[in-house]
Structure formats: C-alpha cells, structure tokens
Design a binder for this molecule. Structure first.
Ligand SMILES: Nc1nc2c(ncn2[C@@H]2O[C@H](COP(=O)(O)OP(=O)(O)OP(=O)(O)O)[C@@H](O)[C@H]2O)c(=O)[nH]1
Ligand SMILES: [Mg+2]
Length: 318
C-alpha cells in the first residue's frame, strides 16, 4: 500500500468530505437500502450494490470490476457481514485503482521538472478550464513557483477578461492579445516571456468551442507546434479538464479527446453539487492517464490533488 501515503492534511480531508457530500449522501442512502434485512453479503446484496455503483456514475466497466473483486473476497472469506461492506468496498476499490500504475502527487508542483514547465489546458466549453487554471496558479505560487498565464482562448469575448481577473486575484502575470487574435501566437508569446522572465510554470488557457470539433483539434495541434519553436519538448503537460457533474458524458469526452490529441493529465471539476462523483473512480480506473486534480468549488482554494485512497476513503466513510 505504499502508493497510498497519508498525505492529506486535516483541512484537505475536510474539504474533500464536503466536496463529496452530495455523492456520499446518494451512495449511503442507497447502500443502506441495498443491505436492508440482510446480515450477510449474498448474490442479492451484490446485485443491489451493482446498482448503487452504477447509480453513482462509476460506469459499467469499472462497476463490474469492483463487483468481481467483492465476489472473490466473499468467496475467500466465506462469511462477510453486511456491516463490513463499507470497509470492504473501500479496500477493494482502492486496490483496484492502485493497479493503475501512477503515483499520486504529494504537492502541486511535484512534477514540475522543467523550467519553464509548460502546461496546456484543454477541454470543451464550460467544463472549468479557466477556473482550474486560476486555482492551479494559486497553488503553484503558494509553493513558491513563479507562474505566468497565457490567454490563448481568443475565441470568446469574455475569455481573456476572465483569465485576467484570475491573474489579478492570484497575483501572477498574464500574456494576452485581443479577442480574435491567433491563439498560437498568444501561446508563443507566453512561452517566450516565461523563458525571458525565468518563470517556473506557464499555463496556457485554450478555447473550448470553435466553429466545429475538427477546428478545435487542429487549433490545439497548431498551438503545440508553435510553442515547440521556443521549447522543443513543450507542452510538458496537456491537462484535459472534465466536468464530473456530467457523469458518463465526461467519460465520453475523455475518450474523444484522448483519441484526437495527446493528453497527459486529467482534472475533474464540479464534484461539489453533484451526486455523480463516482465518475472519478470510473475514469481513474479506465484511463491510463492520471487524474491529477479535482475541483470542489468555485473559490481559489477549491482544487485538490487527487489521491485515490483519500477519495475512496472519503466516499465510503460516514
Ligand atoms: N461548483 C463548481 N463550479 C465550478 C468548478 N470549476 C468551475 N466551476 C464553474 O463552472 C463555470 C465554467 O467555468 P470556466 O472556468 O469558465 O470554464 P471553461 O472551461 O473555461 O469555459 P469556456 O472558457 O467557456 O470554454 C464557472 O461558473 C465556474 O465558476 C468547481 O469545481 N465547482
Ligand atoms: Mg475559459
């Protein structure tokens, strides 16, 4: 269990619990109904459990894997009481997610290995890209990193203004041009200015909506190519932002994006206010790409590093 270091502070744990409140409520109400009148985990309880997990948007594939593990566990341990079900779920889901061979980070700047480290943020419109950039900048800065933001979403009128507000709120510089300017050119300027200013991190915002999907992917490729004129191995991270409250749609988006462009990390936003938080478990299980961050609100500090153990622990503890 070395993957699961107890790295969460008490404050983070409380934020996580609060952020997952809606999902937890749903899961618990249904879990207790699933075991009503039963003292042992049998086929019927497993059927009900399957429904609970699918209802929490864990997704069919991952639910089947979880149920198989619980079944094996029940067969092995002979008698498993329903009172133990929560604990067993926690252990088996955590173990399942641990099979995915990635480490959870202990601090935000944990994988900033290059200078400047270029992060390109992508995702469809409205998922929370710009907000996540603001929150990330805040965390990097708190860890002593010099951050620059690049406003390469030039498609929507208010997009540059919105990122500017975040840059002021966090107190980090922003590189921008007017609305309608070439996103690749903004990205180029941002990376160049990060080099000139000896910055540690540059985070590039991109548009979520263009005239059509093909345009969007072509645009992202062009932005990458132009940045590579300054730093040949940029971007070092392509962060795909997904809205967890869209449940299974988020999984579909992840499939589409990862097919069309190279994605190296995932952020799942809006976990507060949704009962579909189980989707994080499905995505973490199904994609080789690590879930790095989860968004649990609209404020600066409402972004957490995703930690598999803490997440599952929070979801299945009362
Ligand atoms: N409750 C909650 N709201 C969030 C979270 N993250 C983002 N939002 C809200 O979601 C809305 C859209 O966020 P943006 O950051 O503008 O999304 P975007 O992906 O940049 O959108 P476009 O620029 O239109 O592509 C805003 O109202 C945010 O405040 C979160 O973790 N929780
Ligand atoms: Mg935006």
């Amino acid at each position: 269990m070395s993957l699961f270091k107890r790295i969460f502070s008490k404050e983070n744990k409380e934020s996580l619990d609060k952020g997952l409140e809606k999902t937890k409520e749903g899961v618990f109400a249904k879990l207790s109904r699933a075991v009503v009148g039963k003292d042992k985990v049998d086929a019927e309880v497993l059927d009900n459990l399957e429904e609970v997990l699918i209802g929490a948007d864990v997704g069919v594939e991952t639910t089947v894997r979880i149920i198989n593990r619980i079944e094996a566990r029940v067969a092995r341990d002979k008698y498993v009481g329903t009172a133990e079900l929560n604990g067993i779920l926690r252990e088996e889901i955590a173990a399942l997610l641990a099979e995915n061979n990635t480490e959870d980070k202990a601090e935000f700047s944990g994988d900033i290995t290059k200078k400047p480290y270029v992060i390109m943020v992508v995702g469809v419109n409205g998922v929370g890209k710009t907000t996540t950039i603001g929150k990330l900048a805040y965390q990097f800065k708190a860890e002593g990193k010099n951050v620059i933001l690049g406003a390469a979403d030039t498609f929507r009128a208010a997009a540059v203004d919105q990122l500017t507000i975040w840059s002021e709120r966090v107190g980090v510089p922003i590189v921008k041009q007017g609305m309608g300017s070439d996103p690749a050119s903004v990205a180029f300027d941002s990376v160049q200015s990060a080099v000139a200013q000896n910055a540690d991190v540059v985070i590039i915002d991109t548009a979520g909506r263009l005239h059509n999907k093909i345009n969007l992917m072509t645009e992202l490729t062009k932005i990458k190519r132009v940045m590579q004129k300054v730093i040949p191995d940029a971007p070092h991270e392509v962060l795909l932002v997904l809205d967890a409250s869209t449940g299974q749609n988020a999984i579909e988006q992840a499939k589409h994006f990862t097919k069309a462009t190279e994605v190296t990390a995932l952020a799942l936003t809006k976990l507060d206010g949704t009962a579909k938080g189980g989707v994080v478990i499905g995505i973490s299980d199904q994609f080789k790409i690590p879930v790095k961050y989860i968004g649990i609100g609209e404020k600066l500090e409402d972004l957490l590093i995703f930690n598999r153990f803490e997440f599952v622990d929070s979801l299945f503890s009362s």
